[in-house]
Design a protein around this ligand. Structure first.
Ligand code: ADP
Length: 449
């Protein structure tokens, strides 16, 4: 096992990694920007190195500075967390060249999954169900329109290099196709330096269900069940849970095996997530594979008893995964607490937290880097805490989440706690009947209840 690792990230995920390292007797090196000098990950790590000013491109994305920090502190490996450099094949390659173990997949695995159209072609070869659509990318608008008519509207035009919901256009009718196709291409070209797009059927009112997988260097790949992440705003997940209210044991096994096949297309090593869209008839389709730890990994940890960060470290050190079957027990829900004002269309609410009181008690977990007196910088992601609760079943889990949200006191800034509280009282949520459009189309936040 490693003796010392560097964490190329900030916020709650940096702390999350530090905590497991402590338990495993691994020393940690934090890196931080000047805006994060007072952040908890800096205080909890054994060593900390300032790598630049607030702007991410000058600090958390600055590869030479991160490598220099690893070299001067003698860190043997780098954990990238999520976001920033976590899915940057170039970073993984540079770490390899400097004899520093990247705690994640190889550059080739990241590249193969990062190009969506290539990934989709590989899925077809390995028998993973995909959304019907064009054969690879397509640049001729006439040809693309013919394919769209063939598969039937609505269709979605997607950038092969896409991410964060950019370079995507939904087209409802043929008359609109040319304009949307061209606008997707130009947005993709500008955002990713690659204008290539592909066309696929637009699945109406889907659920987003993803499978957690783990692979080791000895060719073994396993899955740890699903997370339902259908509750989203602007393609950002708001609340996640495991198990999914729509997945039974049979569907779980089918999706789990499909996810393992998806990971086998690149002989995947490390922790990863295979995302699927599920339609109203419970057909599921591969959407993409994320080659990193996800924000929502704790709901899987709570129902399977796994420590996914420990698994990542073990696999990166070349140890084999345990060959035992995973077992899911009870239910877990995660609410993302963001420094945003739900009354003002989720406007970011940076500033000083004057009071920060965390909920506690039975089966309540808070992953956060915030504390009383902490100043939320305006520079980064607005998520300041993840509240995760578990219980023997979904109804008790909802009751526990409501109780925990009510205990959570954050003063000085606005947060999404009231929004989550209202969600806990909403019939569609309680009944588990919602799709990826529910929050934006049907749910109205009412500050007065
Ligand atoms: P990104 O990497 O930019 O997040 P994804 O491929 O993960 O792009 O898609 C983002 C979101 O767009 C999905 O979560 C889903 O809600 C929606 N989406 C993507 N493809 C389809 C499709 N074929 N039908 C319906 N919705 C889709």
């Amino acid at each position: 096992m490693f003796k010392k690792i560097l964490i190329a990230n900030r916020g709650e995920i940096a702390l999350r990694v530090i905590r497991t390292c402590r338990e495993m007797g691994i020393k940690t090196v934090a890196v931080y920007s000047t805006a994060d000098a007072d952040s908890l990950h800096v205080r909890f790590a054994d060593e900390a190195v300032c790598i630049g000013p607030a702007a991410s491109r000058d600090s958390y994305l600055k590869i030479p500075r991160i490598l220099a920090a690893a070299e001067i502190t003698n860190a043997e490996a780098i954990h990238p967390g999520y976001g920033f450099l976590a899915e940057n094949a170039e970073f993984s390659r540079i770490c390899e060249e400097h004899n520093i173990k990247f705690i994640g997949p190889s550059p080739d695995m990241i590249s193969a999954m990062g190009d969506k159209s290539t990934a989709k072609d590989n899925m077809i070869k390995f028998g993973v169900p995909v959304v019907p659509g064009s054969d690879g990318t397509i640049s001729d608008v006439k040809e693309a329109e013919a394919i769209a008519k063939d598969i039937g509207f609505p269709v979605i035009v997607k950038a092969t290099a896409g991410g964060g919901g950019r370079g995507m256009r939904i087209v409802h009718e043929a008359a609109d196709f040319k304009r949307q196709f061209e606008s997707a291409r130009s947005e993709a070209g500008n955002a990713f330096g690659n204008p290539e797009v592909y066309v696929e059927k637009y699945i109406q009112e889907p659920r987003h269900v993803e499978i957690q997988i783990l692979g080791d260097r000895h060719g073994y790949i396993t899955h740890l069940g699903e997370r339902d992440c259908s509750l989203q705003r602007r393609h950002q997940k708001v609340l996640e849970e495991s198990p999914s209210p729509i997945v039974n044991a049979e569907l779980r096994e089918k999706m789990g095996q499909a996810a393992i096949r998806a990971a086998e297309t690149v002989q995947y090593e490390g922790a990863g997530t295979v995302e699927f869209l599920v339609d109203k008839d419970l057909n599921f389709y591969f959407m993409e594979m994320n080659t990193r730890i996800q924000v929502e990994h704790p709901v899987t940890e709570e129902v399977t008893n796994a420590d996914l960060i420990k698994n990542q470290l073990e696999v990166a050190a070349g140890l084999p995964l345990k060959r035992s079957e995973f077992k899911m027990r009870g239910h877990a829900i995660e609410c993302r607490i963001n420094a945003e004002d739900p009354e003002k269309n989720f406007r970011p609410s940076a500033g000083k937290i004057t009071t920060f009181h965390m909920p506690g008690g039975h089966s309540v977990r808070v992953d956060t880097h915030a504390y009383s007196g902490y100043v939320v910088p305006p520079t980064y992601d607005s998520m300041i805490a993840k509240l995760i609760v578990s219980a023997p079943n979904r109804m008790e889990c909802i009751a526990r989440m409501k109780r925990a949200l009510n205990e959570f006191v954050i003063e000085g800034i606005k947060t999404t706690i009231p929004y989550h509280l209202q969600l806990m009282e909403t019939p569609e949520f309680i009944e588990g009947k919602f799709t990826t459009h529910f929050l934006e189309k049907s749910f109205k936040f009412n500050p007065n209840i």
